[in-house]
Design a binder for this molecule. Structure first.
Ligand code: SF4
Ligand SMILES: [Zn+2]
Ligand SMILES: [Zn+2]
Length: 312
């Protein structure tokens, strides 16, 4: 809450949006987020008639808020089908709590909910995997490397099997910009080429992704979730580590000195994106089926099988 008045009415402001130079009361703040999301969806043609959309729902604030806002925006669209998929990685004290939040949200919103676990799909929880791999000296990257790969693999496979035409993620502006910076740092042009806003069909086995919050800063999603009465998980994942989080802190420092810099990174990237895609096309990266699991991959054996199945 600020001591200022809303820039658009006579109510007290709850938020100062520095990058636009405005103060917003609760009503104008909520409305502005919903309008921005609608614009993002239209601009990138994220939703089409008769779409069946799977929501990747972790129970965290972003994925909960994206499901909530989409149900609200499209409440009169009978042609659309939404359902949620949660992944239980097996992170005691953290994921069990957020899965309960996810379950309650789906019940409240009347959304079908499916839960899939690492234990069942890969034979181990993330906790067991991290423990075993660290012991065996073949530790590559961080827990997030193992977790992120397996979760993306599982979400794509299950969403496709359940008939989804798209998967919606709760990634916000901060996540997008961090992802772009990480792909630059790693020189991963193939991933970078997929970072645009529109749903891309790169292979028939890949379910195109949509990110309706990609132009909303993380802290605004947090406030939107609170003002909408959503249940929020306070606890952070105990494995949270790695270069991505240093990039996050670096971007936050820059943003506090120069409000709007995250938007600037995103806009510049969007201008460069057609050229990045051109380079990737020329290099001819071919997507084929992984020989072990049959899921799409740019290698003979996909990275998920390499990391999760080899050392079972
Ligand atoms: S922080 Fe890393 S380990 Fe934790 S849920 Fe996210 S990707 Fe998985
Ligand atoms: Zn107002
Ligand atoms: Zn595979």
């Amino acid at each position: 809450m600020t001591k200022f008045m809303c820039s658009f009415c006579t109510r007290k402001a709850v938020y100062h949006r520095k990058y636009e130079g405005v103060y917003l009361c609760e009503r104008h703040f909520v409305r502005s987020i919903e309008e921005k999301v609608k614009r993002t969806i239209r601009r990138h043609r994220m939703v089409q008639r008769n779409d069946c959309i799977a929501f990747a729902l972790s129970g965290g604030k972003d994925s909960s808020a994206v499901l909530y806002i989409m149900k609200k925006i499209f409440k009169n669209r009978k042609d659309l089908k939404f359902f949620a998929i949660s992944v239980d990685e097996g992170i005691p004290g953290y994921r069990d709590e957020s899965l309960k939040i996810a379950k309650r949200l789906c019940e409240t919103l009347g959304v079908e909910h499916h839960i899939f676990s690492f234990k069942k799909e890969f034979g181990k929880t993330l906790e067991e995997k991290v423990r075993d791999v660290k012991k065996s000296d073949i530790w590559e990257g961080t827990a997030c490397t193992y977790c992120g790969l397996a979760r993306r693999w599982l979400l794509n496979k299950k969403a496709r099997e359940l008939g989804a035409k798209k998967i919606a993620f709760g990634m916000n502006l901060d996540d997008e910009v961090q992802g772009i910076m990480m792909d630059y740092v790693r020189g991963d042009l193939v991933r970078l080429a997929r970072m645009g806003g529109e749903p891309i069909v790169s292979h028939k086995l890949f379910v195109p992704r949509i990110k309706p919050f990609r132009e909303i800063p993380e802290k605004e999603i947090g406030l939107y979730a609170i003002l909408s009465g959503l249940e929020i998980q306070e606890r952070e994942c105990p494995y949270l580590e790695g270069p991505r989080f240093r990039v996050r802190d670096f971007l936050n420092d820059l943003e506090s000195e120069s409000p709007g810099i995250k938007f600037s990174v995103l806009r510049t990237f969007e201008k460069l994106l057609p050229h990045v895609r051109e380079i990737v096309k020329k290099e001819g990266v071919k997507i084929r089926k992984c020989e072990k699991c049959g899921e799409p991959s740019s290698q003979k054996i996909c990275k998920t099988c390499e990391l999760w199945r080899k050392q079972k």
